[in-house]
Design a protein around this ligand. Structure first.
Ligand code: PMP
Length: 292
């Protein structure tokens, strides 16, 4: 059977799941989204993801038109409908149908809620053992003065331009710098370095406050690994003992090469490996059960 997609309270087979060409999500990228994982029949940090979805919506003055509980229920029912116990979930809230202009006031029908779920194998396959190769993009991450990168909006062109550059250079992921030249994040992941025994990540003002990033803080505290937020440069990245990326799709992924420089000894390091193991345990044993 085809995967079923939830749109505004109804299910449609994937091939027939459509929105209007006048939806401002399509016309102007006017909307927000989330990426969530379900492991072993439990949705990891469901409440936190839906809370972030609502915060992104608030930041763009978008009324979701449903409660957070109703969005959680739409997500759980889409998983049940598709019998997906291990997979990826993509809730999307668009400004809805308007006229041809950009003015959101013309979207009088209210927001559209879409929930897509798909089975999802490990994003980087055997690279969790080997490590990823990254490059630094020439494009800078869009600054908070223009469009806060903390808003998970449907405008991903900044990230896509960097990804195209990385694709041309044969990279697994691409690092973006902020307007001051400090490392901000990767195109769909947050970034961490290990300096001595301390795990370091940039403040979230220049990147997305990732749920996996938060989880790394939680795991570091639990495992007594020192962790701090501070700005760092490409030099710090190249000179780090270990580097890893975090994201809902990527999970915790070791980086072993950056811009042609080998990181550490060229293999995933002990701190990264310890966090990967603790992460696996956490995601498979916690989370909201999807129910029968
Ligand atoms: N940064 C960007 C730009 C992203 O798209 C993502 C993926 N959502 C992340 C970081 C990681 O966030 P999370 O851990 O919440 O998936």
């Amino acid at each position: 059977m085809e995967l079923q997609v939830y749109i505004d309270g109804k299910f449609y087979p994937q091939s027939q799941a459509k929105v209007s060409v006048f939806d401002h999500g399509l016309l102007y990228g006017d909307g927000v989204f989330e990426g969530i994982r379900v492991y072993n029949g439990r949705v990891f940090k469901l409440g936190r993801h839906v809370e972030r979805l609502f915060m992104s919506a608030k930041a763009i003055s978008l009324d979701v038109g449903r409660t957070e509980e109703a969005v959680c229920e739409a997500i759980l029912s889409t998983l049940r409908k598709n019998k997906i116990r291990d997979g990826y979930i993509r809730p999307v809230v668009t400004r809805g149908v308007g006229d041809i202009g950009i003015d959101p006031r013309k979207c009088t029908k209210g927001a559209t809620l879409i929930v897509i779920t798909v089975p999802f194998p490990a994003l980087y396959g055997d690279k969790y053992e080997k490590g990823l190769k990254v490059v630094t993009a020439s494009y800078r991450r869009v600054p908070p003065q223009s469009l806060s990168p903390s808003i998970k909006s449907l405008n991903y062109l900044n990230n896509i331009l960097a990804r195209i550059e990385g694709n041309q250079r044969g990279a697994d992921e691409v690092i973006m710098l902020d307007m001051q030249g400090y490392v901000s994040e990767a195109t769909a992941d947050n970034i961490f370095i290990v300096q001595g025994k301390t795990v370091v990540t940039p403040y979230s003002s220049t990147n997305l406050p990732g749920v996996t990033r938060e989880t790394v803080f939680q795991l570091c505290r639990k495992n007594k690994i020192p962790i701090r937020e501070r700005p760092f440069t490409m030099y710090d990245l190249w000179a780090a003992g270990e580097v890893f990326l975090t994201g809902t799709a990527a999970e915790i992924a070791p980086v072993v090469e950056s811009d042609g420089r080998v990181i550490g000894d060229g293999k995933p390091g002990p701190v990264t490996k310890k966090l990967m193991e603790a992460f696996r345990k956490l995601v498979t044993t916690t989370g909201t059960p999807i129910g029968p």
